[in-house]
Write a protein that binds this ligand. Structure first.
Ligand code: AMP
Ligand code: MN
Ligand code: MN
Length: 310
């Protein structure tokens, strides 16, 4: 499918993370080397943290430009994750290649390549480069390693397999700087984000083995355009008493984004999926319409139902 394409449209998911962006840029580099002219798109802007990546400035928020002949969805478990960039009316006749590693993937493409054992979609892009005989160079290796580093929080999560470590080593040998990627993506944040953390952590509460916190619009009044308190949910799961952590983020459009983390042996993907989202057993998310307290109530009811499994 990719061999035949001339102008592929590559799409990373809404509120893109390091894996979505790394996979998008890496796939763009591979296709470019094959003589294609890919469009790299994401509905939301690339966060400042990831603008150091090669070609990050080429990512457009509007995929409608150009004579597209194939669409590739990266790191998205369902079509809504692609946002407005995927124009269903216009693209319905085109082949859609889904490349993803979420266990909750609903296989919405004409071809679905889903590997739930891959630590990141970026790991799959490494296999893609191998399959297409694309040699690694420092730029390609940097984009792939960024996706793997961010989705494993620095190779610390349970999806960090020996194979992932082996690939990371090959990427470093090809010129990717592990230390620089880790510093930029995991160890550096704005002062405003730290202030938001302070507000969010002020609301933390433990109920049984579920720890939660709120991130409200009012907290962000004076904090520029920051919305998500990235990292808080993994941090609060560190409480000895907690098996599951949730952060509820109030979005301006009357919706609540729920971000879940769990200790091994639990499954938050099924709860997120039941609420229209998805993810992995130990890290998942969903966006639910309604007021903060109502959504909290719905989420706690589902988590407590699934507690019999704990
Ligand atoms: P986050 O808490 O935003 O870091 O997301 C954790 C995991 O859940 C990631 O693998 C996301 O891709 C997935 N995820 C988050 N939000 C959603 C959503 N609304 N729909 C599907 N998957 C999601
Ligand atoms: Mn992602
Ligand atoms: Mn991912």
């Amino acid at each position: 499918m990719l061999h035949l394409a001339r102008r592929p449209l590559l799409i990373a998911h809404l509120a893109p993370d390091g894996d979505a962006i790394g996979s998008l840029l890496a796939t763009g580099l591979i296709l470019h080397k094959m003589g294609k002219d890919p469009i790299l798109a994401c509905q939301d802007r690339i966060p400042a943290t990831f603008r150091f990546l090669p070609n990050a400035r080429l990512v457009t928020q509007d995929g409608s430009d150009g004579d597209i002949d194939v669409v590739v969805s990266l790191d998205s478990s369902d079509p809504t994750r692609m946002g407005d960039v995927y124009d269903a009316g216009r693209f319905s006749e085109l082949p859609l290649l889904v490349i993803d590693h979420h266990i909750t993937n609903v296989e919405f493409g004409s071809i679905n390549w889903v590997e739930s054992k891959a630590c990141a979609t970026a790991e799959m892009i490494y296999y893609l480069a191998q399959a297409l005989d694309t040699p690694l160079d420092p730029d390609l290796a940097t984009c792939i390693l960024t996706g793997m580093v961010t989705d494993t929080r620095g190779f610390r999560t349970s999806n960090t397999t020996p194979r992932a470590m082996h690939i990371a080593s090959a990427l470093m040998a090809a010129g990717a700087q592990l230390n620089e990627i880790t510093e930029r993506t995991l160890n550096s944040r704005s002062y405003k984000l730290i202030q938001l953390w302070a507000h969010v952590l002020d609301t933390v509460q433990l109920r049984g083995d579920i720890i939660s916190a709120n991130n409200t619009i009012a907290m962000r009044y004076d904090l520029d355009n920051i919305t998500r308190a990235d990292g808080v949910v993994s941090f609060i799961l560190g409480a000895h008493e907690a098996k599951i952590a949730v952060v509820f983020t109030e979005l301006p459009e009357g919706k609540i984004e729920c971000s879940f983390r769990a200790r091994p042996g639990n499954d938050v993907a099924s709860v997120a999926f039941a609420l229209g989202g998805g993810g992995h057993p130990l890290a998942a998310g969903c966006t639910v319409e309604g007021a903060l307290d109502d959504v909290r109530g719905q989420v706690f009811a589902l988590l407590e139902q699934s507690a019999t499994a704990r």
